[in-house]
Unconditional design. Sequence first.
Length: 92
Amino acid sequence: MMLQHNEIVMFLLGTCVLIFTLANRSELRRLPAWKTFIASFYTLFMSWIMTILEGFFWGNLLNYLEHMGYAASSILLAVWCWQVFGSKKETG
């Protein structure tokens, strides 16, 4: 079993953010493209769960899924940034 302190801290902080997102769902829906933004966080949170679980079982599989989750979360966040900041046509 190989757990690192920073992995546990990230999971605990992420759990606090998860609780915040669930408690403030109606407010978060006011964000533009909120579904993409929330999907990015939930994917990231799943990756944090997998990094904890890989210390107990299925190490190689969960490590692969963890890093795929990080990549997917990053792509979703980039898509959200493009949807919010990059898709507007310039007026001039």
